[in-house]
Design a protein around this ligand. Structure first.
Ligand SMILES: [Zn+2]
Length: 307
């Protein structure tokens, strides 16, 4: 079984098989005349899978020259510091709001520990710091040239404050991390990814509009794989995000505690989504991710109430 699939000219999607799960976390590999660029290299627990993906892509280990981060959540960026240490000439592209947390990950890890507790090591593994000299700090409207590849950068907050997206101009592929939600290869619908702590609905919609304005051939989402029906996906994801956010706001008025509110929300949404799917398709819907979106959206509403 190969965990690597062709997406476009010189561009492939690797399955990092996170915790042994198929089609959970994707990595994108891009061939350039200046070595290989990896978009969101994944967590440290998938270091071996990343190595295999690079090998299957035909790359020697030190062909890895560029890491392009959409954002620094552990499932996307956890192994970055390790790679930067192993390959001192590696350049790491990241938004200005994320860069300080790569140089000093202590606050990022502290906030992740609040969510994952003792499970941190098993899920994500080490998160090493990156030397400032290896960073390419982005604002979000750059035009990047990496070898013969030309990539446009857009600032795309909403899911995370420091989220950017990249458009590969030669193939029309858009690397959109988590801002376009989850997509699947099995005909399941577009699902938002809205975990704590940065969810911002006002910032989110303009980000989707920026991506749509590129007119991309496909959205390369991290969870999981290329999505070719771009406009329908973005519309469905946004509509569902709004309906989730209203359901979460309504649930805050119930007498339950947060854990039970999140459980009821995940249960109800999963049932609603699954009702229009086959059993095989429903198996690809991640109930835990829906549950964690309850917490992200609840935090969004509570912050708003205080402001
Ligand atoms: Zn994320």
């Amino acid at each position: 079984m190969t965990a690597l699939r062709h997406v476009a000219d010189g561009l492939a999607c690797g399955d990092l098989l996170h915790l042994g799960r198929e089609e959970s976390v994707a990595v994108y590999l891009v061939e350039t005349t200046d070595g290989v660029a990896v978009v969101d290299p994944g967590p440290s627990t998938c270091r071996d899978a990343l190595r295999l993906a690079l090998r299957d892509f035909g790359a020697a280990p030190d062909d890895l020259r560029h890491v392009l981060l959409t954002h620094i959540h552990l499932d996307h960026a956890g192994v970055t510091g390790t790679l930067a240490r192993e390959f001192p000439s590696l350049r790491v592209h990241v938004h200005a709001r994320g860069a300080p947390h790569l140089v000093d990950p202590s606050r990022l890890l502290e906030s992740a520990r609040r969510i994952y507790g003792h499970d941190m090591e098993r899920l994500w593994g080490a998160f090493e710091a990156v030397e400032p000299g290896q960073l390419v700090v982005l604002q979000g409207s750059e035009q990047l040239s990496i070898g013969d590849r030309s990539l446009r950068v857009a600032y795309t907050p909403g899911h995370a404050w420091h989220h950017v997206s990249y458009l590969d101009e030669s193939t029309g592929m858009a690397f959109v991390g988590d801002v376009a939600g989850e997509g699947s290869q099995h005909g399941t619908p577009a699902l938002p990814v809205a975990p704590p702590p940065d969810i911002d609905l006002e910032a989110w919609k303009p980000s989707l509009d920026r991506i749509a304005a590129w007119g991309p051939e496909a959205l390369l989402v991290t969870h999981f794989g290329p999505v070719r029906h771009v406009v329908a996906h973005l519309d469905t994801m946004w509509d569902r995000l709004i309906s989730w956010s209203l359901a979460v706001r309504a649930s805050l008025a119930s007498g339950d505690d947060d854990e039970s509110r999140a459980d009821s929300f995940a249960e109800a949404e999963f049932a609603r989504i699954a009702s229009s799917l086959t059993v095989e398709q429903a198996a690809h819907v991640d109930r835990d991710a829906i549950r964690s979106s309850w917490f992200g959206l609840a935090r969004y509403w509570r912050k708003k109430a205080v402001a």
